[in-house]
Design a protein around this ligand. Structure first.
Ligand SMILES: [Zn+2]
Length: 360
Protein backbone atom coordinates (compact mmCIF):
# COMPACT_ATOMS: atom_id res chain seq x y z
CA UNK A 1 0.00 0.00 0.00
CA UNK A 2 1.08 3.55 -0.45
CA UNK A 3 2.28 5.74 2.35
CA UNK A 4 -0.64 8.05 1.76
CA UNK A 5 -3.10 5.44 2.95
CA UNK A 6 -1.18 4.57 6.07
CA UNK A 7 -3.08 5.30 9.29
CA UNK A 8 -2.08 8.61 10.83
CA UNK A 9 0.76 8.20 13.29
CA UNK A 10 -0.31 7.90 16.86
CA UNK A 11 0.94 10.68 19.11
CA UNK A 12 4.44 10.53 20.48
CA UNK A 13 5.07 10.27 24.16
CA UNK A 14 5.90 13.10 26.43
CA UNK A 15 8.22 11.43 28.87
CA UNK A 16 6.82 11.33 32.34
CA UNK A 17 3.34 12.40 31.25
CA UNK A 18 0.93 11.83 34.09
CA UNK A 19 -1.92 9.70 32.87
CA UNK A 20 -3.16 8.73 36.26
CA UNK A 21 -6.78 8.75 35.24
CA UNK A 22 -6.09 5.92 32.82
CA UNK A 23 -4.27 3.71 35.26
CA UNK A 24 -5.49 0.89 37.37
CA UNK A 25 -9.11 0.94 36.32
CA UNK A 26 -9.43 -2.81 36.60
CA UNK A 27 -11.53 -2.83 33.45
CA UNK A 28 -10.82 -4.86 30.40
CA UNK A 29 -9.98 -3.99 26.84
CA UNK A 30 -9.75 -7.44 25.37
CA UNK A 31 -6.46 -8.94 26.46
CA UNK A 32 -4.99 -5.47 26.97
CA UNK A 33 -6.55 -5.60 30.42
CA UNK A 34 -5.99 -2.84 32.94
CA UNK A 35 -4.75 -0.54 30.27
CA UNK A 36 -5.62 2.95 29.22
CA UNK A 37 -8.07 2.26 26.43
CA UNK A 38 -11.67 3.40 26.81
CA UNK A 39 -13.51 0.17 27.41
CA UNK A 40 -16.95 -1.31 27.58
CA UNK A 41 -17.48 -0.52 31.24
CA UNK A 42 -17.03 3.17 30.57
CA UNK A 43 -19.14 3.25 27.41
CA UNK A 44 -22.23 5.40 27.12
CA UNK A 45 -25.56 3.72 26.54
CA UNK A 46 -26.13 4.80 22.96
CA UNK A 47 -29.87 3.99 23.16
CA UNK A 48 -29.98 2.80 19.57
CA UNK A 49 -33.68 1.98 19.59
CA UNK A 50 -34.68 5.30 21.14
CA UNK A 51 -32.56 7.47 18.92
CA UNK A 52 -34.22 6.07 15.78
CA UNK A 53 -37.44 7.84 16.82
CA UNK A 54 -37.70 11.06 14.76
CA UNK A 55 -39.01 12.94 17.80
CA UNK A 56 -36.37 11.71 20.24
CA UNK A 57 -33.60 14.25 19.83
CA UNK A 58 -35.85 17.30 19.54
CA UNK A 59 -37.56 16.41 22.80
CA UNK A 60 -34.37 15.46 24.57
CA UNK A 61 -32.55 18.75 24.03
CA UNK A 62 -35.42 20.61 25.74
CA UNK A 63 -35.31 18.46 28.85
CA UNK A 64 -33.51 19.59 32.00
CA UNK A 65 -30.47 17.48 32.65
CA UNK A 66 -29.55 16.91 29.01
CA UNK A 67 -25.97 18.03 28.52
CA UNK A 68 -24.29 19.26 25.35
CA UNK A 69 -20.70 18.88 24.21
CA UNK A 70 -19.68 21.56 21.71
CA UNK A 71 -17.48 20.62 18.76
CA UNK A 72 -16.09 22.68 15.93
CA UNK A 73 -13.32 22.23 13.40
CA UNK A 74 -11.95 19.03 14.96
CA UNK A 75 -11.89 20.43 18.46
CA UNK A 76 -14.24 20.23 21.43
CA UNK A 77 -14.92 22.91 24.04
CA UNK A 78 -13.06 22.20 27.26
CA UNK A 79 -13.25 23.81 30.67
CA UNK A 80 -10.25 23.57 32.95
CA UNK A 81 -8.78 20.67 31.01
CA UNK A 82 -12.02 18.65 31.00
CA UNK A 83 -14.85 18.48 28.52
CA UNK A 84 -17.31 21.34 28.98
CA UNK A 85 -20.82 19.96 29.56
CA UNK A 86 -23.46 22.65 29.00
CA UNK A 87 -27.20 22.45 29.65
CA UNK A 88 -28.60 21.68 26.20
CA UNK A 89 -31.81 23.63 26.62
CA UNK A 90 -29.91 26.83 27.40
CA UNK A 91 -28.16 26.78 24.03
CA UNK A 92 -29.17 29.24 21.29
CA UNK A 93 -31.88 27.88 19.01
CA UNK A 94 -29.67 28.33 15.96
CA UNK A 95 -27.10 25.95 17.41
CA UNK A 96 -29.74 23.28 17.94
CA UNK A 97 -30.98 23.74 14.37
CA UNK A 98 -27.55 22.75 13.04
CA UNK A 99 -25.93 19.36 13.34
CA UNK A 100 -26.86 17.72 16.63
CA UNK A 101 -26.03 14.08 17.39
CA UNK A 102 -27.15 11.94 20.30
CA UNK A 103 -24.03 10.49 21.90
CA UNK A 104 -25.55 8.46 24.71
CA UNK A 105 -26.45 8.26 28.36
CA UNK A 106 -23.79 8.27 31.04
CA UNK A 107 -23.63 5.13 33.15
CA UNK A 108 -25.08 5.30 36.65
CA UNK A 109 -22.36 3.38 38.37
CA UNK A 110 -19.19 4.78 36.92
CA UNK A 111 -19.10 8.24 35.50
CA UNK A 112 -17.09 11.35 35.02
CA UNK A 113 -16.72 13.87 37.79
CA UNK A 114 -17.79 16.54 35.35
CA UNK A 115 -21.34 15.45 34.54
CA UNK A 116 -24.07 13.85 36.65
CA UNK A 117 -24.51 10.06 36.41
CA UNK A 118 -27.27 9.05 34.02
CA UNK A 119 -27.15 12.30 32.05
CA UNK A 120 -27.97 12.20 28.36
CA UNK A 121 -25.19 13.72 26.26
CA UNK A 122 -25.66 15.36 22.87
CA UNK A 123 -23.06 16.64 20.48
CA UNK A 124 -23.63 20.11 19.01
CA UNK A 125 -21.42 20.87 16.02
CA UNK A 126 -20.74 24.53 15.31
CA UNK A 127 -19.25 26.06 12.18
CA UNK A 128 -16.85 28.17 14.22
CA UNK A 129 -15.49 27.75 17.74
CA UNK A 130 -17.21 30.22 20.07
CA UNK A 131 -15.09 32.14 22.52
CA UNK A 132 -16.38 32.88 26.03
CA UNK A 133 -17.49 36.45 26.67
CA UNK A 134 -14.39 37.41 28.62
CA UNK A 135 -12.15 36.37 25.75
CA UNK A 136 -14.11 38.30 23.16
CA UNK A 137 -13.24 41.69 24.69
CA UNK A 138 -13.89 44.46 22.26
CA UNK A 139 -15.63 42.35 19.66
CA UNK A 140 -19.34 41.75 20.08
CA UNK A 141 -19.89 38.41 21.77
CA UNK A 142 -21.45 35.78 19.56
CA UNK A 143 -24.75 34.25 20.54
CA UNK A 144 -24.21 31.70 23.26
CA UNK A 145 -20.82 33.07 24.23
CA UNK A 146 -22.09 33.92 27.70
CA UNK A 147 -22.83 30.25 28.32
CA UNK A 148 -19.24 29.21 28.13
CA UNK A 149 -17.08 29.14 31.23
CA UNK A 150 -14.33 31.77 31.19
CA UNK A 151 -11.70 29.05 31.09
CA UNK A 152 -13.12 27.53 27.92
CA UNK A 153 -10.60 26.40 25.37
CA UNK A 154 -10.97 24.29 22.24
CA UNK A 155 -8.86 21.14 21.95
CA UNK A 156 -8.73 17.79 20.19
CA UNK A 157 -8.13 14.38 21.74
CA UNK A 158 -4.40 14.50 21.19
CA UNK A 159 -4.09 17.69 23.21
CA UNK A 160 -6.56 17.04 26.01
CA UNK A 161 -6.59 13.23 26.14
CA UNK A 162 -3.93 12.88 28.83
CA UNK A 163 -6.01 14.90 31.29
CA UNK A 164 -9.38 13.30 30.64
CA UNK A 165 -10.97 10.50 32.60
CA UNK A 166 -12.03 7.35 30.74
CA UNK A 167 -15.63 8.46 30.32
CA UNK A 168 -14.66 11.84 28.89
CA UNK A 169 -12.06 10.24 26.63
CA UNK A 170 -14.71 7.90 25.23
CA UNK A 171 -17.13 10.78 24.68
CA UNK A 172 -14.51 12.84 22.87
CA UNK A 173 -13.51 9.92 20.64
CA UNK A 174 -17.16 9.23 19.77
CA UNK A 175 -17.80 12.93 19.11
CA UNK A 176 -14.71 13.21 16.94
CA UNK A 177 -15.58 10.11 14.93
CA UNK A 178 -19.19 11.03 14.18
CA UNK A 179 -18.41 14.70 13.51
CA UNK A 180 -15.65 13.71 11.09
CA UNK A 181 -18.03 11.42 9.24
CA UNK A 182 -20.71 14.09 8.83
CA UNK A 183 -18.12 16.61 7.67
CA UNK A 184 -16.76 14.32 4.98
CA UNK A 185 -20.02 12.71 3.81
CA UNK A 186 -22.45 15.53 3.04
CA UNK A 187 -23.72 14.04 -0.24
CA UNK A 188 -25.36 10.88 -1.49
CA UNK A 189 -22.78 8.51 -3.01
CA UNK A 190 -25.38 7.29 -5.51
CA UNK A 191 -26.70 10.53 -6.99
CA UNK A 192 -24.71 13.35 -5.40
CA UNK A 193 -27.66 15.08 -3.77
CA UNK A 194 -27.09 16.67 -0.37
CA UNK A 195 -28.27 14.22 2.27
CA UNK A 196 -30.34 14.89 5.38
CA UNK A 197 -29.46 13.87 8.91
CA UNK A 198 -31.90 11.43 10.52
CA UNK A 199 -31.97 9.02 13.47
CA UNK A 200 -30.54 11.52 15.94
CA UNK A 201 -27.45 12.05 13.85
CA UNK A 202 -26.55 8.41 13.10
CA UNK A 203 -27.85 8.10 9.54
CA UNK A 204 -27.89 10.39 6.52
CA UNK A 205 -30.68 9.92 4.00
CA UNK A 206 -30.89 11.01 0.40
CA UNK A 207 -34.06 13.03 -0.33
CA UNK A 208 -33.90 12.05 -4.02
CA UNK A 209 -33.64 8.28 -3.92
CA UNK A 210 -34.32 7.53 -0.25
CA UNK A 211 -31.03 5.68 0.24
CA UNK A 212 -29.66 5.60 3.78
CA UNK A 213 -25.98 6.05 4.59
CA UNK A 214 -24.34 4.99 7.81
CA UNK A 215 -21.22 6.21 9.62
CA UNK A 216 -18.09 4.60 8.36
CA UNK A 217 -15.18 3.17 10.35
CA UNK A 218 -11.98 2.04 8.65
CA UNK A 219 -10.34 -1.02 10.25
CA UNK A 220 -6.58 -0.94 10.60
CA UNK A 221 -4.38 -3.59 12.17
CA UNK A 222 -1.57 -2.76 14.55
CA UNK A 223 0.82 -5.45 15.72
CA UNK A 224 3.73 -6.34 17.94
CA UNK A 225 5.92 -8.82 16.09
CA UNK A 226 7.82 -11.09 18.48
CA UNK A 227 10.79 -13.02 17.13
CA UNK A 228 13.56 -15.37 18.21
CA UNK A 229 14.77 -14.74 21.73
CA UNK A 230 11.39 -13.20 22.59
CA UNK A 231 12.59 -9.93 21.09
CA UNK A 232 10.06 -7.41 19.82
CA UNK A 233 10.33 -5.76 16.42
CA UNK A 234 9.69 -2.02 16.44
CA UNK A 235 9.95 0.37 13.54
CA UNK A 236 10.21 4.01 12.56
CA UNK A 237 7.55 5.04 10.08
CA UNK A 238 8.27 7.52 7.32
CA UNK A 239 6.17 10.18 9.02
CA UNK A 240 7.62 9.68 12.49
CA UNK A 241 10.55 11.50 13.96
CA UNK A 242 13.78 9.54 13.63
CA UNK A 243 14.02 8.53 17.29
CA UNK A 244 10.52 7.09 17.43
CA UNK A 245 10.10 3.31 17.49
CA UNK A 246 6.58 1.96 17.30
CA UNK A 247 4.51 -1.02 16.25
CA UNK A 248 3.72 -1.83 12.63
CA UNK A 249 0.28 -0.88 11.35
CA UNK A 250 -1.80 -0.63 8.21
CA UNK A 251 -5.32 -0.56 6.84
CA UNK A 252 -7.29 -3.71 6.19
CA UNK A 253 -8.06 -4.00 2.49
CA UNK A 254 -11.44 -5.03 1.04
CA UNK A 255 -11.83 -8.79 0.88
CA UNK A 256 -9.08 -9.39 3.40
CA UNK A 257 -9.26 -10.99 6.84
CA UNK A 258 -7.60 -9.30 9.79
CA UNK A 259 -5.04 -12.10 10.00
CA UNK A 260 -4.23 -11.69 6.32
CA UNK A 261 -3.84 -7.96 6.80
CA UNK A 262 -1.39 -8.54 9.65
CA UNK A 263 0.69 -10.95 7.59
CA UNK A 264 0.63 -8.74 4.49
CA UNK A 265 1.50 -5.50 6.25
CA UNK A 266 4.39 -7.02 8.19
CA UNK A 267 5.78 -8.69 5.07
CA UNK A 268 5.40 -5.51 2.97
CA UNK A 269 6.89 -3.16 5.50
CA UNK A 270 9.77 -5.15 6.98
CA UNK A 271 9.97 -8.40 4.96
CA UNK A 272 9.16 -10.59 7.94
CA UNK A 273 6.85 -13.62 7.73
CA UNK A 274 4.58 -14.00 10.76
CA UNK A 275 2.84 -17.16 11.84
CA UNK A 276 0.78 -17.04 14.99
CA UNK A 277 -1.51 -14.05 15.11
CA UNK A 278 -3.49 -13.27 18.23
CA UNK A 279 -6.07 -10.51 18.68
CA UNK A 280 -5.58 -8.46 21.84
CA UNK A 281 -7.91 -5.45 21.79
CA UNK A 282 -9.00 -2.39 19.90
CA UNK A 283 -9.07 1.38 20.07
CA UNK A 284 -11.12 3.89 18.11
CA UNK A 285 -8.73 6.27 16.42
CA UNK A 286 -10.96 8.71 14.55
CA UNK A 287 -8.27 10.75 12.81
CA UNK A 288 -10.21 10.68 10.62
CA UNK A 289 -11.96 7.31 10.87
CA UNK A 290 -9.75 4.43 11.96
CA UNK A 291 -10.49 1.60 14.32
CA UNK A 292 -7.17 0.16 15.45
CA UNK A 293 -7.27 -3.62 15.94
CA UNK A 294 -4.37 -4.75 18.09
CA UNK A 295 -2.55 -8.03 17.52
CA UNK A 296 0.59 -9.81 18.48
CA UNK A 297 2.26 -12.19 16.03
CA UNK A 298 5.33 -14.41 16.09
CA UNK A 299 8.04 -14.97 13.54
CA UNK A 300 11.05 -17.22 13.12
CA UNK A 301 12.75 -14.66 10.88
CA UNK A 302 15.80 -12.95 12.31
CA UNK A 303 16.26 -10.30 9.65
CA UNK A 304 13.91 -7.35 9.19
CA UNK A 305 14.38 -5.15 6.15
CA UNK A 306 12.44 -1.87 6.06
CA UNK A 307 10.74 -1.15 2.75
CA UNK A 308 12.25 2.34 2.74
CA UNK A 309 8.97 4.06 1.99
CA UNK A 310 6.51 3.38 4.79
CA UNK A 311 9.11 2.11 7.24
CA UNK A 312 12.58 3.62 7.41
CA UNK A 313 14.11 1.70 10.30
CA UNK A 314 13.33 -1.60 12.00
CA UNK A 315 15.02 -2.91 15.10
CA UNK A 316 14.75 -5.88 17.42
CA UNK A 317 14.73 -5.23 21.15
CA UNK A 318 15.04 -7.49 24.16
CA UNK A 319 13.27 -6.16 27.21
CA UNK A 320 16.56 -5.02 28.69
CA UNK A 321 17.53 -3.30 25.46
CA UNK A 322 14.20 -1.52 25.19
CA UNK A 323 14.36 -0.38 28.81
CA UNK A 324 17.88 0.92 28.32
CA UNK A 325 17.11 2.71 25.05
CA UNK A 326 13.94 4.31 26.36
CA UNK A 327 15.51 5.11 29.70
CA UNK A 328 18.52 6.84 28.16
CA UNK A 329 16.39 8.86 25.78
CA UNK A 330 17.99 7.19 22.77
CA UNK A 331 14.57 6.25 21.48
CA UNK A 332 11.03 7.52 21.95
CA UNK A 333 8.01 5.29 22.34
CA UNK A 334 4.39 6.02 21.36
CA UNK A 335 2.18 8.01 23.69
CA UNK A 336 0.38 6.27 26.52
CA UNK A 337 -2.84 7.38 24.81
CA UNK A 338 -2.18 4.91 22.03
CA UNK A 339 -2.88 1.24 21.57
CA UNK A 340 0.63 0.90 20.16
CA UNK A 341 2.00 1.75 23.59
CA UNK A 342 -0.41 -0.71 25.21
CA UNK A 343 0.77 -3.45 22.86
CA UNK A 344 4.43 -2.74 23.53
CA UNK A 345 3.90 -2.69 27.28
CA UNK A 346 1.93 -5.93 27.17
CA UNK A 347 4.95 -7.59 25.60
CA UNK A 348 7.28 -5.74 27.99
CA UNK A 349 5.31 -6.89 31.01
CA UNK A 350 4.50 -3.52 32.55
CA UNK A 351 4.67 0.26 32.22
CA UNK A 352 7.76 1.84 30.72
CA UNK A 353 6.91 5.37 31.84
CA UNK A 354 9.08 5.27 34.93
CA UNK A 355 12.11 4.51 32.81
CA UNK A 356 11.48 7.48 30.55
CA UNK A 357 10.81 9.79 33.46
CA UNK A 358 14.08 8.75 35.06
CA UNK A 359 15.91 9.79 31.90
CA UNK A 360 14.70 13.38 32.20
ZN1 LIG B 1 -29.20 9.97 -3.76
Amino acid sequence: MTSGSFPPPQPSATAGTALSAFEGTGQTAGLLADRLLPTAAEALDRRSADRADPEFLGQLVRQPGTLAVLYSQRRAAHDGGHLAFLPARSLPAEWLEGLVVYLGRLPQERTTAHAAPGSDIVLVVLDEPVEPVSAVMSEPAGEGAGLLPEETNWAGFRESGPGLDLVEAGILLEATAIANWHASHPRCPRCGAPTQVIQSGWVRQCPEDGSEHFPRTDPAIIVTVVGPGDRVLLATGARMRSTMFSTLAGFVEPGESLEQAVAREVLEEVGVRVTECQYLGSQPWPFPASLMLGFTARTLDEVAEPDGTEVLRARWFTRDELAAAAGSGEIDLPSRLSISRALIERWFGGPITALEAAAQ
